[in-house]
Design a protein around this ligand. Structure first.
Ligand code: GLO
Ligand code: MG
Ligand code: MG
Length: 412
């Protein structure tokens, strides 16, 4: 092959993308509650050790491009779109009005708004810092986000606490910090109740998002389970308004089984919003697009959510890799992420309906015909052949993943 001149690279990428086939139409994609974050598409590829590789993309273009792809909802941090100095001021009103008109023109809806409490220097000692002035400012920020959310017609507010933690042990007192953090959430919920009453609309669903490592050395609420404990701790004035936004990778990062973490949120009635992406255990937050690392695990996650009627947003909180160009972000990265999600969702439907898995599961659930007994050895003996079905179910899931259940064969 000859070296590819720069001006022929985009056409090559587009031709090979088309050659992949199997793309859903924008209309099909819009059937799903898939939400596209402003920050994910705008991300220029920078990090602690990385210079940017792309230009940042402002909201009018992100919204337009999401509309073309068929991503029906958009979400944002307050400071993704409004400079910190303009928050709560006239500048904010102007930008929010512009966002509204971009959304209207493109036929997109705003699903969620979130407050940035990690980037600005004001959060160096966390949003629940010792100084009452910082904490009042944090309360202003979350209340202001509630206002923006209602203005844009959002249903959800998300809180990744960001710098709620410390570098130096003993410098903060954890119980006090958690109490102060709860005060900010309480301020958001109470403000929301007031605003919703005035507007005659429902309150937002307030969803907490955990991340085990970063951006502090130690994190006070590192997992979704820790957040469930926090919601039930008695520190919140409106625990019924607060649920979870687990992120797939954030649970995987600390070594959890994401599906089990989601199951714990489901049984608590708190699985309201879900950040979808992929990555590796015990690594930093690599935010790879859904299904590129753990497709089998993802299939299983979606089986769980489909079978429990989860109907919240699937939020594409990932980062197009630094090796993807600005053109590639919208021509390859987002459409293929959405399509892998839909394919996995449809496959999850096949798993739920699969006669082999169904019969194996039913058989495991009826067990062996024997009277209740305290003879452990007899119980084990009576079931030992049946339990082989666990591994058979694993094999069948693999077959569904690779299409073998539909007759796809390799050199048989
Ligand atoms: C960072 C988080 C971040 C949140 C966002 C929403 O690791 O995943 O992207 O999802 O701040 O609050
Ligand atoms: Mg996230
Ligand atoms: Mg992440």
């Amino acid at each position: 092959m000859q070296p590819i001149p720069t001006d022929q690279q985009q056409p090559l990428v587009d031709r090979l993308t088309a050659a992949c086939g199997g793309a859903y139409t924008p209309e099909q994609r819009r059937q799903y509650f898939i939400t596209g974050p402003q920050w994910a598409a705008a991300y220029p590829g920078h990090a602690l050790f990385h210079a940017p590789t792309r230009a940042e993309v402002a909201f009018p273009e992100v919204i337009r491009e999401y509309a073309k792809i068929g991503i029906g909802w958009w979400c944002t941090h307050d400071t993704d779109v409004i400079p910190t100095a303009d928050l709560g001021k006239e500048g904010q009103d102007k930008i929010v009005a512009e966002i509204k008109s971009c959304l209207n023109e493109s036929g997109l809806k705003c699903s969620m708004v979130t407050t940035e409490t990690f980037h600005h220097a004001v959060w160096a000692a966390s949003p629940a810092a010792e100084s009452p002035i910082v904490r009042e400012y944090a309360a202003f920020r979350v209340k202001n986000t509630v206002d923006i959310g209602h203005e844009l017609g959002a249903q959800f507010a998300v809180y990744w606490p960001g710098s709620l933690g410390y570098f130096v042990q003993g410098a903060v007192e954890e119980t006090e910090t958690l109490r102060w953090y709860a005060e900010a959430l309480n301020a958001a919920c109470e403000h929301d109740i007031e605003v919703a009453r005035k507007l005659g609309c429902p309150t937002l669903k307030h969803c907490m998002e955990a991340k085990p490592f970063e951006p502090q050395a130690e994190i006070l609420l590192p997992t979704s389970d820790a957040m469930l404990g926090f919601i039930a701790s008695g520190l919140l004035t409106h625990p019924e308004m607060v649920g979870l936004n687990p992120e797939y990778l954030h649970e995987l990062m600390w070594g959890a089984a994401p599906r089990a973490a989601l199951a714990r949120a489901l049984v608590a009635g708190k699985l309201w919003h879900f950040d979808i992406n992929d990555g590796y255990r015990l690594k930093h937050d690599v935010d790879i697009a859904v299904g590129l690392v753990n497709p089998l695990d993802w299939l299983n996650v979606l089986v769980l959510l489909r079978s429990h009627g989860y109907n919240g947003p699937f939020n594409l909180d990932y980062k197009p890799p630094r090796t993807t160009s600005n053109h590639g972000v919208f021509s390859v990265s987002f459409p293929t992420a959405v399509d892998r999600f839909i394919t996995l969702w449809e496959m999850a439907g096949e798993v739920i309906a699969d006669p082999v898995i169904k019969e194996a599961t039913d058989a495991l659930k009826v067990g062996a015909p024997m009277p209740a007994t305290i003879d452990a050895t007899a119980i084990a003996e009576a079931h030992k052949e049946l339990l082989t079905l666990h591994e058979l179910i694993g094999h069948r899931l693999f077959q569904i993943l690779v299409g073998a259940h539909r007759g796809r064969v390799y050199s048989i």
